[in-house]
Design a protein around this ligand. Structure first.
Ligand SMILES: Cc1cc2nc3c(=O)[nH]c(=O)nc-3n(C[C@H](O)[C@H](O)[C@H](O)COP(=O)(O)OP(=O)(O)OC[C@H]3O[C@@H](n4cnc5c(N)ncnc54)[C@H](O)[C@@H]3O)c2cc1C
Length: 594
């Protein structure tokens, strides 16, 4: 049986020592957010994750969800856990206090979220989707909608979903067919079929608030004719009490590879009451708000499941006795040495650790940039942070979920055959992590978003918000011998990223297939460099501002960071070569040659 331990020391280090929070020090709402308070939040979240949610992870996977006459039943223990988690407010940390939330910064909430997901990814989906729906309603909904729905969603009494996908329409949302017929009172009647809707039906919350993409009869064709509607499962009275059902039916649930305790539903909307969110035909604008927050959430899923797999692998490598160390027996009194003595096992464990801790630093740092983009007093600082987050969101989503796959698969390898069989729980992590590369826009589509939109947006200004600080950091520390092991590799890989960017910008102008063929390699290169920047900042932080952690913690960080720089970052060289080879071979094979 796999073990799970929340990464509480790393989270406290990143939150209290690594993050430079000066950009938000003046914000009144955050003035009470002291390290004592955040440590208490992290410790309590770790406890809930380890003792309440992790014990339901395996049983949830085995039992899965069931559908009977339109009613979905989640696995044993989920309902009780949902009540405990929502009553304690774990789902509403960032929600506005006006609606009953706690108004805390994202860097804290996202660290908590990581622990909850790590311990039980399927369970976390029920909570995470509600926050995504909350964000879209809070930003674009009318005052009336906010008042009627948000307090109940914030309390967890009602949950949220995101209904985009239809049988004929996945990535290409312009193909949506669901209809919205305007009514005299300003509301709409929604009809259509949606598939793959996470938490579309469940037995955890009293009501479910669906955010549905649909088109009105005279809407323009394609993506420009899509609007976003709020469609409750059950209608409600003004005081929040429930009225009659709203014609929202779950017709099937999917049988799938992983996240088996998260209900993935086919939904029918049959003349259901719907309320417009934002402007007519501007549904994608509102949906992007929801999707951006959801994409960061999915990136954190990749990191979180990677951490869970790392916990299991380290524990196993210390316990399992096989073979002797190459340099002579390390435990002569036992029949063999533990796996952890072998260089190849250490390579696997360090790969898992370096990616996971690098991803956590990136998550903490990007989440803080998100806070700056919402809260900074200075409008320029706010705008710059918003553009930086916009640039890095596709990188974060795709790179961290790829890491989720790499690390969970490596975790199985550390266990050998004992990882492949079900008994030890490692194969579940790979099955659960795999979806993260697919939903919320596949990783291939994130790469196209990066090269096709984010790089060129605002005449390349987004990119400068990342490139300039990295250049400045490199310049400031280029002669610092103490940091040389971090600065030189970062400089080399950053220059590769600059070359690749130039290549794509030039070639992509004359032939869009060049950018399309390079996109996934480019995103990976970008992610590796962004992570190297984090490791270099960590090394700088430890060398010059050593704080409260034990020396062993800091030493471990520096060695892990150097492993990343020496053994993982060099992939950037191969990626640059692949990108520079151009699209010729990719595009010249005829369809009948495949
Ligand atoms: C478990 C699960 C939960 C889900 N939850 C939700 C949910 O809550 N709400 C919701 O609305 N949807 C949900 N989805 C749907 C999910 O978001 C879609 O599956 C995903 O967006 C991809 O769409 P598709 O499966 O139709 O694949 P397709 O769009 O058919 O794509 C197939 C392949 O082609 C590639 N591709 C497609 N178009 C292009 C292009 N233009 N250029 C380059 N490559 C391209 C893709 O990258 C992919 O590799 C869920 C799916 C699953 C499996």
């Amino acid at each position: 049986m796999a073990i799970f331990k929340a990464p509480i020391d790393d989270i406290k280090y990143l939150s209290n020592e690594f993050l430079d929070k000066s950009a938000l020090q003046q914000i009144e709402e955050f003035s009470s957010v002291t390290p004592d308070l955040t440590d208490a939040i992290y410790e309590e979240a770790a406890k809930i994750s380890e003792t309440l949610l992790f014990p339901l992870n395996r049983s949830g996977d085995e039992q899965g969800c069931t559908l009977n006459n339109g009613v979905v039943t989640t696995p044993d223990g989920f309902k009780d856990a949902y009540v405990q988690v929502t009553e304690a407010g774990w789902g509403n940390l960032t929600c506005a206090q006006d609606f009953g939330g706690q108004g805390l910064p994202h860097y804290i909430a996202n660290a908590v979220e990581e622990m909850i997901i790590s311990s039980n990814m399927s369970f976390s989906i029920y909570i995470g989707l509600t926050i995504g729906a909350y964000n879209a309603i809070e930003r674009f909904g009318s005052e009336q909608l906010k008042k009627a729905y948000l307090p109940h969603m914030v309390s967890g009494r009602w949950s949220g979903t995101m209904c985009l996908t239809e049988p004929q329409c996945g990535t290409d949302l312009g193909l949506i067919r669901s209809k919205a017929i305007p009514q005299e009172d300003g509301s709409y009647r929604i009809s259509g079929s949606k598939i793959f809707i996470s938490a579309g039906e469940q037995d955890l919350s009293e009501n479910i608030i669906h955010l549905v993409l649909a088109r009105t009869p005279d809407a323009p064709a394609g993506i420009k004719g899509i609007s976003l509607f709020l469609v409750p499962k059950i209608n409600s009275h003004e005081d929040g009490s429930l009225a009659e059902p709203n014609g929202v039916i779950c017709s099937a649930i999917e049988h799938k590879m992983g996240i088996k305790a998260s209900a993935t539903c086919a939904m029918e909307f049959e003349n259901s009451n719907g309320y417009l969110i934002g402007e007519l035909n501007k549904g994608m604008k509102a949906m992007f708000i929801m999707m951006n927050s959801a994409r960061i959430h999915v990136g954190i899923q990749g990191l979180a499941v990677a951490h869970a797999a790392y916990c299991g692998a380290v524990d196993y490598a210390k316990e399992r006795l096989q073979g002797r160390a190459l340099t002579g027996a390390k435990q002569p009194d036992t029949p063999a040495d533990p796996l952890i003595v072998h260089p190849d096992v250490r390579r696997m464990l360090l790969t898992m650790k370096a990616y996971t801790e690098g991803a956590r630093a990136l998550s903490m740092w990007l989440s803080f940039q998100l806070d700056v983009s919402y809260q900074a007093n200075d409008p320029t600082v706010k705008q710059n942070a918003s553009e930086l987050v916009s640039l890095l969101t596709p990188v974060f989503k795709a790179f961290l979920t790829d890491i989720g796959e790499i690390v969970t698969s490596t975790g199985i390898q550390v266990y050998g055959g004992h990882g492949y069989i079900r008994e030890n729980g490692m194969e579940q992590y790979l099955r659960d992590a795999r979806i993260c590369q697919i939903y919320e826009g596949t990783n291939g589509v994130q790469a196209l978003d990066l090269v096709g939109r984010k790089l060129t947006e605002h005449m390349g200004r987004n990119l400068r918000h990342f490139f300039h600080p990295v250049s400045e950091f490199l310049q400031q520390h280029q002669h610092d011998a103490a940091l040389a092991g971090f600065i030189l590799p970062l400089a080399k890989s950053f220059s590769r990223l600059q070359n690749a960017t130039l290549f794509i910008a030039q070639k992509g102008l004359s032939n869009p297939d060049e950018a399309g063929a390079a996109a996934s390699d480019y995103l990976r290169l970008f992610g590796l460099v962004a992570m190297a920047y984090m490791w270099a900042k960590i090394a700088h932080n430890i060398h010059y501002k050593k704080g409260q952690m034990p020396d062993e913690f800091y030493d471990g960080k520096l060695i892990t960071g150097l492993f990343y720089m020496q053994r993982l970052l060099p992939q950037t060289g191969a990626l640059l070569s692949a990108i520079m080879s151009g699209s010729q071979t990719t595009m010249s094979l005829k369809e009948n040659q495949f």
